[in-house]
Ligand binder design. Structure first.
Ligand code: OAD
Length: 246
């Protein structure tokens, strides 16, 4: 892939980077995305699985669905895109803002990560709010129950629920104060997460999209690179290393 010299110079001079990521960054790790032909929401109905009422109505079914997804995530490994973001962190001030619940950025080694939609490896009691980190391989089949009698649910954001305040606030602050805002593997359709690119743009950041195709946000980006994240990001990092400012 060819990168303009002016673009590489702007990146090289930049100090603060945000990588705003979605399901597409984990696609090459074998984790299905949500939308598109093979997307999760084409096969399962969010209203039957990813909301609190569905959980209260049929907790075992919802729990088992998350157990199934945890197994996919547990067997997946970070890919070159996650790993390249860690390489960027060695050279720049990098904040990762992810909509993904798969924990792959942390497993790759990113140290500054905001998780807007929770983390599938974590759980909490709906009654007393005690947190439990139950490894997927040891989970009971049906929904587990806390000592207080409350049901234990996955620590993910369901439809109709608020985002974790501290995570969104941290993400918003990082977006308002970065030089480059990468948008990687997201359809940028789900709010409030999808406000962040515009917050960054209004604050003067350069928006760079990496996706296999055009999205809702493409028109507002300074640069869009249409290929797999696991291809574009390593190639960009290499081009940046070879680029000298004149
Ligand atoms: P989507 O499934 O909506 O979008 C995935 C995006 O990744 C699409 O734009 C694809 O074109 C792109 N893509 C696929 N493979 C790629 C690859 N190898 N490299 C680069 N891009 C690739 O997923 P999200 O945008 O993450 O919310 O969805 C946002 C939210 O909607 C999710 O966090 C989830 C869902 O409902 C909750 O569960 C709260």
């Amino acid at each position: 892939m060819n990168f303009e010299s002016g673009f590489l110079s702007r990146l090289k001079r930049a100090k603060k980077f945000v990588f705003f990521t979605g399901a597409g960054i984990s696609a090459e790790s074998g984790i299905p995305t949500f939308r598109g032909k093979e997307g999760i929401w084409n096969k399962f109905k969010p209203e039957e699985l990813a909301n609190f009422d569905a959980f209260i109505k049929n907790p075992d079914m919802v729990w088992e669905w998350y157990q199934y997804r945890r197994k996919i995530v547990g067997n997946a490994a970070p890919n070159k895109a996650h790993e390249t973001i860690v390489e960027f962190e060695k050279l720049y001030d990098v904040t990762v803002v992810t909509q993904n619940v798969d924990n792959l950025h942390r497993r790759a080694g990113s140290t500054h990560v905001y998780e807007l939609h929770g983390n599938i490896e974590k759980n909490y009691c709906v009654k007393c709010r005690t947190h439990f980190d139950i490894p997927f391989s040891e989970e009971p089949k049906g929904v587990p129950v806390c000592d207080c009698g409350g049901l234990i649910r996955p620590d993910v954001v369901w439809f109709g629920e608020l985002l974790p305040h501290d995570q969104y606030q941290g993400a918003e602050e990082a977006s308002e104060d970065c030089d480059v805002f990468f948008i990687v593997g997201t359809s940028a359709l789900v709010y409030p997460a999808a406000y962040l690119p515009d917050i960054a743009r209004r604050a003067g950041s350069m928006l760079v999209e990496v996706n296999i195709g055009a999205t809702e946000i493409s028109d507002r980006c300074d640069y869009s690179f249409y290929d797999k994240a696991g291809t574009v990001l390593p190639e960009l990092f290499e081009a940046l290393a070879a680029h000298s400012l004149n």
